[in-house]
Design a protein around this ligand. Structure first.
Ligand code: ADP
Ligand code: MG
Length: 353
C-alpha cells in the first residue's frame, strides 16, 4: 500500500503560513483571459463578459470520510479533488476557468506531503486549462481537509439544468459506469489483506482500469465540447457522482417526468463485468448504485438521435416518459422495476419473475 507519511519530513512550521502558500502556488501560471488577478491579494479578480453567466460550485473532501490515505496517493487526491469540482461545472454545459483551493492540515503532514497534493492539483489545472486563483490555508488537529471551489463560464442560452427533460427525450450516458465503485472495493480488500500481512504486496494489475477509475477519475470536458460540435444541446444534464439511479431520479424529479432505462443498454467495461463475477456482485446493482464515475448523464430531443448515433463515447440507455409512468428499469427479462435511490428495486424484480 502507499505510504503517504514518510516521504521527507520538513515540518510546515519551517515555512510559516505565508511562506507555504508562496511555495505551493509559485509554479502555477495564469492561462485564462477572465483571470485579472490570481493568488496574492486579498481577493482574486475576474473579468466579466457580457452575455455570459458565471457558474460556481464547491466540494469538500474530508480524510476518513471521502478518502483514505492508506491507498490514495496525495498526488491523486489533489487531482481528484479538482476533477470532482470541474465535473459539476461541465454538467451545467459550461467551461471551468478558475479554482480556489482551501486546505486544513495537521502537523503530521510534512511540506513534502503538501507538495505532492499540489502537484496533483497542478496537473489537473494544466490538463483542464483552469487557473488556481486563491484559497485558504489553516491547521487541523486531526485529518486532512480539502475544499475546492470551481468557477465556470457559459453563454446564458447554453446553460443546461437538471429540470429540462421532456417525455420522449433520449437518456444518454457518457463512457461506462460502475468501475470507480468497484475499484474502491478492490482497494478496500487489498487494504484488509495488507493489515493482516504487511509484507503482502497487492497485485492490482488485473484490476488496473477499476483502480484507475477510483484513484484518477477524469471529468468529461470532452463530452461537453463533443456535443457542442455536433450541435446538440441537452435538455437536462447531471454528472454521475452518487450513482446512476440517484442521478436519474434527480433529473426525473426536477423535470417532473418519468423514464424507462434498459438494463441491457447500460455501458459496462469488460473488466468491470469479470470483477463483479469474481466478487459475486450483481453488475447492474453496482452500476446503478455505485458512484464517483464522473460521467455525464443527459437527455436530448429524439430528433437529435442521428447526431450522436454510433459515437463511441455516448450510449442511449433509455427514454423519458410521462411522470405518471414512474422511474423504471426494464430488466433483461423484460420486467419493469422501479428505480430507487440506492439502485433499483430488487424485491419487486423477484416478485415479477
Ligand atoms: P487573507 O488573510 O487575506 O485571507 P491569506 O494569507 O489567507 O490572505 O491568502 C493570501 C493569498 O494566498 C490569497 O490570494 C489567497 O487566496 C491565497 N491562498 C491562501 N491559501 C491558499 C492555498 N492553500 N492555495 C492557493 N492559494 C491560497
Ligand atoms: Mg485567508
Amino acid at each position: 500500500m502507499f505510504d503517504n507519511k514518510s516521504q521527507g519530513r520538513q515540518p510546515v512550521s519551517e515555512l510559516g503560513e505565508f511562506g507555504l502558500i508562496k511555495h505551493l502556488t509559485k509554479h502555477f501560471k495564469i492561462k485564462q483571459q477572465t483571470t485579472a488577478k490570481g493568488v496574492g491579494d486579498d481577493a482574486a479578480v475576474l473579468n466579466q463578459e457580457t452575455g455570459y453567466q458565471t457558474l460556481l460550485t464547491t466540494d469538500m473532501l474530508v480524510e476518513g470520510v471521502h478518502f483514505d490515505l492508506s491507498y490514495m496517493p496525495l498526488k491523486h487526491l489533489g487531482y481528484k479533488a479538482v476533477i470532482v469540482n470541474l465535473s459539476d461545472v461541465y454538467a451545467m454545459n459550461a467551461n471551468a476557468e478558475q479554482i480556489t483551493v482551501s486546505i486544513a492540515i495537521s502537523n503530521r503532514f510534512p511540506i513534502e506531503a503538501v507538495e505532492e497534493l499540489y502537484a496533483g492539483i497542478k496537473t489537473a489545472c494544466e490538463m483542464y486549462n483552469v487557473d488556481l486563483v486563491g484559497g485558504d490555508t489553516t491547521s487541523s488537529t486531526s485529518g486532512l481537509i480539502i475544499s475546492i471551489t470551481a468557477i465556470g463560464k457559459a453563454k446564458a442560452e447554453d446553460v443546461v439544468y437538471r429540470n429540462g427533460a421532456k417525455p420522449n427525450d433520449l437518456v444518454v450516458v457518457s463512457g461506462d459506469i460502475g468501475a470507480a465503485y468497484l475499484g474502491l472495493q478492490v482497494l478496500e480488500r487489498e487494504k484488509q489483506v495488507f493489515l493482516v500481512n504487511p509484507k503482502a504486496q497487492p497485485d492490482l494489475e488485473p484490476y488496473s482500469y477499476l483502480v484507475e477509475r477510483q484513484l484518477k477519475p477524469e471529468a468529461r470536458k470532452d463530452v461537453v465540447e463533443l456535443l457542442k460540435g455536433l450541435g446538440v444541446k441537452p435538455t437536462s444534464m447531471i454528472d454521475i457522482s452518487d450513482g446512476l439511479s440517484s442521478e436519474i431520479l434527480h433529473i426525473c424529479d426536477q423535470s417532473k417526468v418519468g423514464c424507462k432505462i434498459f438494463e441491457e443498454r447500460i455501458p459496462l467495461d469488460p473488466q468491470f463485468i469479470s470483477t463483479c463475477e469474481e466478487f459475486k456482485l450483481e453488475a447492474t446493482t453496482i452500476a446503478m448504485s455505485g458512484g464517483e464515475d464522473y460521467e455525464l448523464l443527459f437527455t436530448i430531443p429524439i430528433e437529435d438521435h442521428d447526431k450522436i448515433k454510433g459515437n463511441p463515447h455516448l450510449t442511449v440507455i433509455g427514454h423519458i416518459a410521462d411522470v405518471s409512468e414512474g422511474v423504471n428499469l426494464i430488466t433483461r427479462a423484460n420486467a419493469q422495476v422501479p428505480i430507487i435511490a440506492k439502485g433499483w428495486n430488487n424485491l419487486s424484480a423477484d416478485e415479477e419473475e
